[in-house]
Design a binder for this molecule. Structure first.
Ligand SMILES: [Zn+2]
Length: 451
């Protein structure tokens, strides 16, 4: 039997005979949210390091500083003839209001695309805009784009409404590594629907928001470890973020992926797998603040030897996997040619994922892949992600094992490739992003480092 086949057989046997991945997911979730700047973030770092040390590998750390954001209080009142309280939650990097709070007319901004906001631009100035997390008239737009649009059109505050039911507030960052211009809070779909109905019935529907949050320069770290390959100086990075949002356990986003990285390491170590190239595992900190940690990493570490970056974000949660090939047509062909060798077939797409840890690597010209699981209902977007319902009970043991088996087979095949698509020159990266129609949005997001 060929070396790789033997490794695959033993590895898959171990994966399906054990439920340890599921136990790790629960461990990480029970530590808490792992939200940047909290105790549970530090506990997660220790957990990762201890796990790796027990495998006989010495973990490394990459420490960095970023703009910390600390949650204070948040309240929202609907003001018609009477005043009614609705639960709400500050979005990450929301600034505080003045002590007396902020008042304004409530305006429905729909999906928050430029098209939609332009239509109501006269009403937006100096008022509070409500924008939902679902589809816009311009397709799917990231929350940070919607926020930037609201700021651009002169809104005084940003109410981010969940488009999925369940009395769940959506959270997420509104800027990357800096505070936003206007206060931003999350409200449930049910609150949003109630307010919209009031807007139909009444002339003046106002809102009052009081928010208090704090800022402080803060340190975080990535936890890094390697499995040495035959070619010591050719590196395949596989990484994912270990931080989550403070209202949740961040089970699917992204404890599941981190548990998979740990289990992959354990299996490869136990079966003494020697990959063709060195595999560098990175558990990234501070992704949920706008891909902050990985951006700092690629800008401060020599990544010349990194041949490819494989990002796992939301790997576990649904059985169907998606492999997004970072806009790289060669990569797309390569993965399509290989996909029969994986545990089961993923959906392979050319798509460039810009709001996760693979993106900073792309900016350095490194071929990159983002692997995640596909919600069977595409309209649900993040689904329970970024809400308090992203908890470990949403993950089944079967999904955890299948996902681990999938990524194990993927990594075995990928790390053994004779050739990997070449790195891109800056010019090629710019062309790639322009051709994907991303330039304008990336500039709005302050994620366009080119002149
Ligand atoms: Zn994520």
């Amino acid at each position: 039997m060929e070396y790789l086949d033997r490794i695959a057989e033993t590895g898959h046997g171990m994966i399906f005979a054990s439920s340890s991945i599921y136990e790790i997911i629960k461990d990480l979730c029970l530590l808490g949210s792992r939200f940047s700047g909290t105790e549970s973030e530090k506990e997660a770092q220790e957990y990762l390091k201890n796990y790796i040390k027990e495998l006989g590998i010495e973990p490394m750390e990459f420490e960095f500083e970023y703009t910390g954001w600390y949650r204070g209080t948040c309240s929202f009142f609907l003001q018609t003839e009477e005043t009614k309280f609705f639960p709400s939650f500050s979005l990450v990097y929301s600034p505080s209001t003045e002590d007396e709070g902020l008042e304004g007319k409530l305006i429905d901004g729909g999906g928050g695309s430029e098209t939609e906001l332009k239509r109501i631009q006269n009403e937006l100035k100096g008022n509070i805009v409500m924008i939902h997390s679902g589809q816009t008239e311009e397709g799917w737009l990231h929350r940070r784009i919607k926020y930037a649009n609201a700021v651009e059109f002169g809104a005084k505050a940003f109410l981010f409404a969940n488009h999925n039911p369940g009395q769940l507030f959506p959270t997420g960052s509104i800027r990357s590594n800096r505070f936003g211009e206007i206060p931003a809070i999350g409200i449930s779909k049910e609150t949003y629907e109630y307010i919209k109905e009031q807007l139909h019935r009444k002339e003046n529907v106002g809102g009052k928001i009081s928010v208090l949050n704090h800022s402080a320069q803060t340190k975080s770290k990535h936890i890094i470890w390697e499995i040495e390959g035959e070619k010591r100086d050719e590196i395949i990075v596989i990484g994912g973020h270990y931080d989550g949002h403070d209202l949740a356990q961040g089970a699917t986003d992204n404890a599941g992926s981190i548990a998979a990285l740990l289990e992959l390491t354990k299996i490869m170590k136990e079966i003494k797998f020697i990959p063709k190239r060195t595999i560098r595992f990175i558990a990234f900190g501070v992704e949920e603040f706008g891909v902050v940690g990985s951006t700092i990493y690629v800008n401060n570490v020599n990544v010349d030897n990194v041949k490819v970056m494989i990002n796992v974000d939301g790997l576990i949660g649904h059985i169907q996997k998606v492999v997004a090939c970072g806009g790289n047509i060669e990569m797309l062909q390569l993965i399509n040619d290989m996909k029969d060798q994986f545990l089961y077939e993923p959906i392979v797409m050319k798509t460039i994922i810009t709001a996760s840890d693979n993106y900073p690597f792309l900016l350095k010209g490194i071929p990159n892949i983002c692997i995640y699981s596909q919600n069977p209902d595409p309209e649900s977007g993040r689904g329970y992600g970024h809400t308090s319902a992203d908890t470990f009970d949403k993950i089944t043991k079967l999904d955890a094992k299948l996902s681990l088996g999938f990524i194990f087979s993927f990594l075995l095949e990928f790390s053994s490739l004779e050739e990997i698509p070449n790195r891109m020159k800056e010019k090629e990266v710019i062309t790639l992003l322009r051709e994907a129609n991303l330039e304008e949005n990336l500039k709005i997001l302050e994620k366009w480092p080119f002149n």
